[in-house]
Every structure is written in C-alpha cells, then in structure tokens.
Design a protein around this ligand. Structure first.
Ligand code: UDX
Length: 422
C-alpha cells in the first residue's frame, strides 16, 4: 500500500515485530519484500507500531489477522475477533474496515454488524497471494473481489480509489455480497487442492502401469479447459493455507448442514497424505533392513520453494518419519533450516546440498528448489555412498541423472519390480 503512494501504519500486538519491521527487517523469507519494506520505511510513508491507538485517524483499516486451524479442524477466529474489538474504539464514522483474513462463510456479516455500530462500513476483500510471489500477486492480482453490504457504493468507491493504480491494468474487479466474497477464497483453495490431488491420484495409477506422470500432465494441460498449472505431481500440498482451508471448509459446511457437498475434500486430503506414505515406502523398499542407521540425505524442507515456511510441510513430515524409522536424516534447505530445526530437532542439518549428501545411502528431494534442479549429477556421484535418488517433486532431469550413473525413483513413475500386469 505504501508503494502505491498511501500513508500506512502497520500494527502488531508483538512489539518486537513492529520494531524489526521499522528497521526494514521482514519476519519471513519472501523474495523482494525486504527491498520494498525498506523503500516504504525510507520514504516515510510506512511506519509500524505495537499500539493499536495508532489506527486512529486512518480512513481505511485492513484486518490481516491469521485464522489458524483450531483443534476441531475449524478455523480459530479468536485472534480476528479480538483484533476487531481492540480496533473499534479507534474507528470513526465514515471509515472503511477491509477484511483480508480467510474466514468461514458468515463471519464477515458478523464483523459488519460490529463495524456498522460505529457508523463505519466493512468490505470483505480476500487476498489470493502465493508465498514466494506475494508482492507480484498483491500488486498485480488476477482479480479483485469486494464483498459489501447491499447498495454500499461508497465503500466500493473508497477501495477503487485506494487500488486505482492496480485497477488501471483492466484486471477484473467484482462486487459481491459478503458470503460470495468469503467463499471465493476457500473455494479457490479447495479447487487448487483438488487439482493437485487429481494429478497425484493419476500418479498412483502411473506407478503401477508404467505411465509417465509428467508426460501425462503435459498432455492433459494442453487442453485449455484443464490447463497445465497445478498439475505437478509429487509429494502434494502443504503450507499454511491449502490444508487448513480445506479442513475449515469441511467443518463450516458440516455446521451449515451441507457437509456432503464438500465430502470429496476428505478424499482430496487422503490422496495428498498418501503421497507422503509413498515417499517413505520408496526409501524403505530401497534400503530394506539397512534403513536403521542408514544416512538419508533430505534436500528441501520448506513446503514449497522460495519460502522458509515449514507449516504442514510434506518434506518435514517425510523427514520426521524416516528419522522415527531409525534412519540418520541429514537435511538441508536454502532458507528453512532455522524454522525446521525448531520442529524437527531430531534430524541433522547442513548448510548445503553437497554437505548433506556426503556419505548418503540415499538422497531424497522433497522441495523443488532451483539449487537442487541445477545439481550436476555426475559431479556429485562421488559424494554419496550409494547413488540412489528419490525425486519427490518430479523436478530432476531423470535422463541426465540416470546417464550419470544414478538410480532414479520418482513419485508417479513405476519402480519396475512393482509393475502389475496390465
Ligand atoms: C495458496 C494459493 O495458491 C493462494 O492463492 C492462496 O492465497 C494461499 O494458498 P501458497 O500456500 O503460497 O498459496 O502455495 P501454492 O503455490 O498454492 O502451493 C501449495 C502447495 O501445493 C505447496 O506445497 C506446493 O508444493 C503444492 N503444489 C502446488 C503441488 O504439489 N503441485 C502443484 O502443481 C502446485
């Protein structure tokens, strides 16, 4: 918002976070964010505070509060409602409160009642940003959705003004009711998760028939109705959004008495989790009883590349399970080691892929960082004890790895011994 020319104050209950942001230090790895942050801070348009009263005087108040998964699977809305209650004394009549948080359908109307009691208005304006591409997705989104109270053209005008530079590109901007705007976000994530699990279900078929999952995805993706994006088979989806959003969606649909409408999402999740089982199974099959005490090099810990986020990371899950089976797991990641160390202290960490692979009995690629795709298979052959690699993300050039002398196993390609007669 500051880069668009607005004066912005970012408020967090965590004072230390506000202090480090004021120094231009981003609390997580996001390409381009430190530069943009420093630019905003240096321009004087962007400040941070731990004091909610600094919201007073703003015309627009963004709610960007986390809605983590609660113990039942439903979203935990306590942080969001606390923030709204704390903000309200500083909201003036005529202000606009903008909800960015991902919420179960029905929450925006409840918050609107609170906001309207102060003479202000609410717009539910979900974000669709991807980690690693957050700045691009925020400043050049592919659509903008404003959920408003019926007839609230004033708030629409305020947001159009706020986003005028973004809207210049002609990107679609849709005005809906609150429920539609809330559903767009969770429905989009449910669709994306379903697409990934669809191709991973095909991967299970490919593994027993000898079909090649990447070629299958390439051919399917040529159909513009299907499209190639989000058809990368492998270890499946994780992170802070897709897994929790589909569980929250199931929980909310059940509350509304329409649980059956999204019961297929349980299958989507089951397929997703089976891919992790498969990765562990491939290692077990390769090493047999030698797994206990064997050195397994794990390349990648983040839930996806260009992120240091390890929340619900499939890579962490696989690493933890291999360690629990008795393997000595030696892992690396370009950015996620600090975060991973806090949740899987039982594994060993190395700064580089080369160090992690030294003496390895098997190498497992679990996050498709560019660094790993660019590894020179002939050059690293002598590092390992046994040149076997499991490509958990279908990201390696298997022909060149095989040509260099590696045994390459992939999620979504057959292991010859496992082929069934077709
Ligand atoms: C997602 C949505 O894409 C975004 O629109 C929403 O706002 C937040 O949730 P993000 O969590 O950053 O964004 O990651 P995304 O790029 O969607 O990937 C999610 C997971 O799916 C990752 O674990 C990734 O490795 C996996 N994935 C993605 C696949 O396994 N195959 C694919 O083809 C694409």
């Amino acid at each position: 918002m500051a880069s668009l020319g607005h004066d912005v104050v970012g408020i967090d209950t965590d004072d230390s976070r506000a202090v480090s942001l004021s120094r231009g230090i981003a609390p997580f790895h996001e390409p381009g964010l430190p530069e943009l942050l420093r630019e905003g801070v240096n321009s004087g348009r962007l400040t941070f505070s731990g004091d909610i009263s600094d919201a007073y005087g703003a015309r627009v108040h963004f709610l960007a509060i986390g809605t983590p998964q609660g113990p039942s699977g439903a979203a935990d809305l306590s942080y969001l409602f606390t923030a709204v209650a704390e903000l309200m004394p500083f909201v003036q009549a005529g202000d606009v409160v903008v909800g960015k948080s991902t919420v179960p359908v029905g929450v925006a109307a409840r918050i609107a009642d609170v906001v309207e009691s102060a003479g202000a208005r609410l717009v539910w304006n979900p974000e669709f940003l991807r980690e690693g591409l957050a700045i691009r997705d925020t400043l050049s989104p592919d659509r903008m959705v404003y959920g408003v109270r019926e007839g609230d053209t004033d708030s629409v005008a305020v947001l159009d003004d706020l986003y005028s530079q973004i809207l210049l590109s002609g990107m679609p901007r849709m005005v809906t009711d609150f429920a539609t705007s809330e559903l767009v976000k969770v429905a989009a994530n449910a669709f994306l998760a379903t697409k990934i699990s669809f191709i991973n279900a095909m991967a299970e078929i490919a593994e027993v028939t000898g079909a090649d999952i990447t070629q299958l995805a390439d051919a399917l993706g040529q159909d513009p109705r299907i499209g190639r994006r989000f058809l990368n088979a492998g270890l499946g989806f994780g992170g802070g959004c897709l897994p929790k959003d589909i569980r929250g969606f199931i929980a909310r649909a059940e509350e509304l008495g329409v649980g059956e409408s999204v019961s297929f999402l349980r299958e989507v999740e089951a397929i997703n989790l089976r891919r992790r089982d498969r990765a562990v199974q491939l290692v077990r099959n390769e090493l047999g009883p030698r797994l206990v005490g064997a050195t397994v090099a794990v390349l990648g810990l983040a839930f996806k590349p260009d992120s240091d986020d390890v929340r619900d990371s499939p890579a962490i899950d696989v690493a933890r399970r291999l360690s629990a089976l008795g393997a000595r797991v030696v892992a690396t990641d370009p950015h996620a080691i600090t975060a991973a160390r806090a949740i899987v202290p039982e594994i060993e960490f190395r700064a580089t892929a080369h160090e992690a692979m030294e003496g390895a009995d098997i190498v497992v690629v679990l996050t498709e960082w560019a660094d790993y795709k660019e590894l020179e298979p002939a050059g690293i052959l002598t590092l390992v004890s046994t040149p076997t690699v499991i490509d958990g993300r279908n990201c390696l050039d298997s022909d060149s790895w095989s040509a260099a002398g590696w045994r390459v196993l992939s999620l979504g390609r057959a292991v010859p011994a496992e082929l069934v007669a077709v």
